[in-house]
Design a protein around this ligand. Structure first.
Ligand code: NJP
Length: 263
């Protein structure tokens, strides 16, 4: 499905990857609806949508708020052709120290927020016999990421969700993609209270992820990694899991030692 002249709704589009996706889709001729909690930031993104956009404020963990926001956007721009479910939060630190409230918030935003948004748009897409859904996953949703265990779990959930859904909705002409980035130059690290501080892998610009999202929609790609080299690491995980565990232990040896020194 080409995005030109289509309606594309993006959650978590007040900044970062979501804003970049919205801007990229608008630049290719889409009408773009953007959702997030920060109305002022959404208004700033709206000015970059080539005059073909609309905003709606919602917390994606609130099913009725997401439903109302998606309906508002459909009222302004027309029925949704493409939903990009991007809103997400991280959490960094040893699993032994994470508080129940933070666990629940991660699941509410990353898992339930994704499911609520898709559930809201899917019946209409099925009735219209067209549509495309993209979720923004993570390499941490394919390879368990130490010190991000709960975040990883929420992103692994997205893999199962999209894998199952893709087969269910294909008969209705609906595509499903998951785009799995590695580190990206956004506020994600700051928002979780732990900026990305590893030398490798190097963060990529949010625009690279946005281009991958548009490409996944237009070429109906099931799963995409940004950068693509992460795909090879995932293949190793499945083919030689022991090697992957060894490599991950080695890569996190400083963090593992620092954690052990505190207990
Ligand atoms: O993060 P950030 P990214 N309800 O913090 C919104 C994944 N990812 O763009 O509500 C509604 O700059 C928030 O808006 P606001 C990651 O897991 C990233 O990097 O106004 N919206 C903002 O627009 C996530 O799924 C990296 O605060 C909510 C946006 O989400 C996606 O990429 C690596 C919300 C977050 O912008 C976008 O993250 C990776 C809520 N409850 C996967 N909570 C990376 N950056 O390194 C947040 O593998 N938002």
């Amino acid at each position: 499905m080409r995005v030109r002249d289509k309606t594309v709704f993006v959650t978590g589009a007040s900044r970062g990857i979501g804003a970049a996706v919205a801007i990229a889709a608008a630049a290719r001729g889409a009408r773009v609806g953007v959702i997030a909690r920060s109305g002022n930031d959404l208004d700033a993104v709206l000015t970059r949508l080539e005059g073909r956009g609309a905003t709606a404020v919602a917390d994606v963990s609130d099913a009725s708020a997401v439903s109302a926001a998606l309906q508002t956007l459909a009222g302004e721009l027309g029925p949704v052709d493409v939903l990009v479910v991007n809103a997400g939060i991280g959490a960094y630190g040893p699993f032994a120290d994470i508080e129940p409230e933070e666990i629940e918030r991660l699941v509410q935003v990353n898992v339930l927020g994704t499911i609520h948004a898709i559930r809201e748009v899917l019946p209409g897409m099925i009735a219209r016999r067209r549509g495309h859904i993209v979720t923004i996953g993570s390499i941490a949703g394919r390879i368990g990421s130490p010190f991000e265990a709960v975040y990883s779990a929420t992103k692994f959930a997205g893999v199962g969700l999209t894998e199952a859904l893709a087969v269910e909705v294909e008969p209705y002409g609906i595509g499903v993609s998951i785009v799995n980035p590695g580190p990206v130059e956004t506020n994600f690290g700051a928002a979780r209270g732990h900026p990305y501080d590893r030398e490798r892998p190097k963060p990529v610009p949010a625009e690279d992820v946005a281009d991958a999202v548009v490409d996944a929609i237009e070429k109906n790609k099931r799963e995409v990694y940004v950068p693509r080299s992460f795909g090879a690491a995932v293949a190793i995980r499945h083919l030689v899991p022991g090697l992957l565990r060894w490599g991950t232990r080695r890569s996190f040896r400083k963090e593992l030692a620092a954690d052990k020194a505190t207990r």
